[in-house]
Design a binder for this molecule. Structure first.
Ligand SMILES: *Cc1c(COP(=O)(O)O)cnc(C)c1O
Length: 400
């Protein structure tokens, strides 16, 4: 791992604009001309390297952004998508057909959970949800029809850590693909370096970091990315979740500061989680020694980028959680909003928002309690000041 520094890989990529601009030019076109009819035919067949056909297939700026994200994950190639779900759903539909089976972590993004639970059964694709931290349970769920093992590096919202190296060995043993959603831990963890086959990000979160767009990416082998883009049977090409070139240009520019932002997100989240834990609050943060997977995660991350910007606190009840979030918002400590990776702290109660797709009974079983607040810690300059202000809010409400 120490050889592989994703931020250096991104930095090594240099693009110039058409007129020598320091940023690559945006190709503002949906379709492309060909000098000869023969080249157009070859491009359709996938044999004309460097030729553009139609922007749902590929466009120069989407390829630049894809290249940078492939460099970040250390994969051969990547395909950007219009949203995180626009990356996740084609991957699963590309890898699975009628009669196939998926083993998935039960603590995943609510939309992904809903897709696997409610949508893919229509195509006779079934999913078994498991506690991803229990390798024996994961292996026991694998059947001869299993095609995919699916998890998030750090799970949403419970911040469980998937042992990617061990899961990758399991996947290899059973000849299935390990697909990892790495949205919570860009730069910190590079799942393909640990043996995963496909890595997905919602670019909406830390990678873009400015909460002004949705976006996604799929990173994998050149073969897999070509398959997704295949004009005859590629799920990305045929389902059409294409990112717009203007958007990919703005995401590429924001990607340039990701390493600086991740360090600050991690620093601030570590600071707050340590302080609040000392104060006696129930805090979950992978950087805390009290986290059940602290040592595992410590061995997985690139320490430069830390344990990430996500933490949860449990304030006992949904009413208290709502009161606290409203008060913190009134004090301008952050926003009561879903999503994550913004400069500002964002908080929400996952049970009634981002994970509301998960039935209450199952929420309880996985430890998703009513009083849980998920926090995406912002880039605050003086985190001690933020801590004092948050603590004052908790004191006022009798939480601390
Ligand atoms: C937000 C999120 C997604 C979905 O991404 P969108 O860009 O909203 O489609 C998927 N996985 C995780 C972990 C997320 O946080």
């Amino acid at each position: 791992m120490s050889q592989f520094n994703p931020a250096d890989k991104i930095q090594d990529l240099q693009y110039f604009g058409e007129f020598g601009g320091v940023n690559p030019s945006i190709s503002d076109s949906s379709t492309y001309t060909f000098l000869s009819a023969k080249t157009m035919f070859d491009t359709f067949e996938g044999n004309a390297e460097g030729c553009y056909l139609y922007s749902r297939h590929s466009s120069p700026m989407n390829l630049y952004l894809g290249q940078a994200l492939a460099a970040m994950e250390g994969t051969e190639a990547a395909n950007v998508a219009a949203s995180g779900m626009g990356a996740i759903t084609p991957v699963l539909l590309q890898l699975c057909g009628a009669g196939d089976h998926i083993v998935s972590s039960r603590t995943i993004y609510g939309g992904t959970y809903a897709f696997l639970k409610n949508f893919t059964p229509k195509f006779n694709i079934s999913t078994t949800f498991v506690d991803i931290t229990k390798l024996d349970v994961v292996e026991a769920a694998i059947t001869p029809n299993t095609k995919v093992l699916y998890c998030e590096t750090v799970s949403n919202p419970l911040l469980e850590v998937a042992d990617i190296e061990s899961l990758a060995k399991l996947a290899k043993k059973h000849n299935i693909k390990l697909v990892v959603d790495n949205t919570f831990s860009p730069l910190s963890v590079a799942p393909v370096q640990l043996g995963a086959d496909v890595v997905i990000h919602s670019l909406t979160k830390f990678i873009n970091g400015s909460s002004d767009t949705v976006g996604g990416v799929i990173c994998g082998t050149q073969q897999f990315i070509d398959d997704l883009r295949n004009v005859n049977n590629g799920a990305s090409m045929l389902l059409g979740p294409t990112m717009d070139s203007l958007r990919s240009a703005s995401i590429l520019k924001n990607l340039r500061t990701l390493h600086i932002r991740m360090k600050q997100h991690s620093h601030n989240a570590m600071y707050l989680s340590q302080k609040f834990e000392q104060d006696g609050l129930k805090v979950v943060y992978p950087g805390l020694e009290s986290h059940p997977s602290h040592n595992l995660y410590k061995g997985m991350i690139n320490p430069e980028y830390g344990f990430g910007g996500m933490m949860t606190i449990d304030v006992g009840s949904l009413d208290k959680a709502n009161e606290l979030m409203e008060l913190m918002q009134n004090k301008n400590l952050g926003y009561l909003a879903v999503s994550l990776g913004f400069y500002k702290t964002l908080f929400s109660a996952p049970g009634t928002s981002t994970s509301s797709e998960i039935p209450l009974e199952e929420q309880k079983e996985m430890g998703l309690t009513d009083g849980l607040i998920r926090m995406s810690i912002g880039l605050d300059n003086d985190i001690e000041r933020t801590y004092q202000m948050m603590k004052a809010c908790m004191n006022e409400l009798g939480i601390l």
